[in-house]
Write a protein that binds this ligand. Structure first.
Ligand code: CMP
Length: 132
């Protein structure tokens, strides 16, 4: 996902360029906006965390871009490309180092496993909305 802060700042194109240049193939993509309830579902795994309520509010505060990406070793390579959750700890040249505003408004989300990538892809896209 490209999160509301990055979308609002007009950084979606630059972020997608970095993603494609790193060798990822975009096999599904859409701009949309989450409701607080949908944001809560997407981030359900974090529901006991102190930042959950704020996160749901923030993630439904404006448009986002959802995409499914394909690449060998995609989960690990994408996490390397985006950098640490907190941009203060993100390596130079990573997407979050360049574009994130805070630990919450951190520009992008990447799935943390192949299993969660499938779940999160299915959250946004049906079979006919993606390249097979
Ligand atoms: P993301 O990788 O999408 O996964 C959970 C999100 O919660 C994270 O990025 C941030 O946007 C947000 N968040 C806010 N505060 C924290 C925190 N203290 N630790 C981890 N994630 C946080």
């Amino acid at each position: 996902m490209i999160k509301p802060d990055a979308f609002e700042a007009g950084n979606s194109g630059a972020i997608l360029k970095m993603i494609e240049e790193a060798g990822f193939k975009i096999v599904a993509m859409k701009a949309t906006q989450l409701t607080p309830v949908l944001a809560g579902k997407f981030y359900e795994v974090h529901k006991e965390r102190p930042f959950y309520a704020d996160l749901c509010k923030y993630m439904s505060s404006g448009p986002i871009i959802a995409a499914i990406l394909e690449k060998d070793n995609a989960v690990e390579d994408f996490r390397a490309l985006i950098g640490a959750t907190n941009p203060a700890n993100a390596a130079e040249g990573t997407i979050r180092k360049i574009f994130a505003k805070s630990i919450e408004a951190n520009a992008v989300h990447g799935s943390d496993s192949d299993e969660n990538a499938a779940i999160e892809g299915n959250f946004y896209f049906s079979q006919t909305e993606r390249v097979l």
